[in-house]
Unconditional design. Sequence first.
Length: 284
Amino acid sequence: MKRRHLIYGLAAILAIALWAAFRPERLFVNAKVNEAMPAGLANASETVLASGSFHSVAHGSKGTASIYQLPDGKRVLRFTNFETSNGPDVHIYLVAADDASDSETVKKAGFLELGSLKGNIGDQNYDIPADADLTEYRAVTIWCKRFSVNFGTAPLTSGTAATGTQLLASGSFHDVAHKGVGRATIYELGGKRVLRFTNFETSNGPDVRVYLVAAKDASDSETVKQAGFVEVGALKGNIGDQNYELPSDLDLNKYSAVTIWCKRFGVNFATAPLTAAAPNAMNQ
C-alpha cells in the first residue's frame, strides 16, 4: 500500500513538473494586448529607423516590426497586426543577422534581449537600449527561452538603406477572403513612385490585380467597390517580393490602402492599410 502511495505521489509530482515546464494550456489560450503608440509617436515628428514583416519559423507568425525614434532620441520597437503562438517563457530578441529562419542562427549570431513577450496577439511596444547598434542587430525574433526555439522572425530593412529614397507610406497585409501576409510600401526614388511588396504571400487565382483603394482600409469586397480604386496592374506572383510603378500624379492622401483583387469574381483577397511616413523619412 505504501509503495502504491509513493508511486502515486511521484506520478503527481512528475505531472506537476511537466505542466510547469510545458504549460500546455497556453496552446489553447491566447494572450492579447493592444498598446497605443508611445507618447511622441502619434504625430509627424516620428522617424522610422527600420521595419520588416514577420515570417513563420517554428510557429505561425505574422505582423510588422518597426523601430521608431522619438524626438527625445529614445528608440522603440513596435509590433503591429502581430500574431504568433503562445508558449512558456517567450522573449523578444534583436538578432545580429540579416534574418533567422531557424533556431541555430539565433544562437550562433548572437542577440540582445528586449524583454518578455507581452502577448502573442496584438500591437505592443518595447524599449531599445540607447547603446544598441542597429547596424549589427538587423532582425527581430520571437524566442521561446524554455525550449530554445525560434517562433518567428522579422528581418529589418533600414530606413537609410537606399540613398535618395523617400518612404511615403507603408502597411501590413491582413486576410480578407483569402490569406494575405507581408508588407506594402510606397517609395519615391528619382522622381518615380514605386509600390513594393516584401515577404508577401496570398492565394493564387484567376485575373488577380493590385488596386490602390480610396479608403483607409477594406475588410470586405463591397468597400473596394463603393470607395473606388486605381488599378496598378496584374499581380506578378502570389508569393514573393515585387515592385509596381505608380502614376506620379496619384493622390496618396485619397488612395490609402492596397488591395489584392480577383477581377474575375469581384473578390478582395487581402488588403494593406497604408500609414503615411514622417516627413523626410529615409531621405539621405
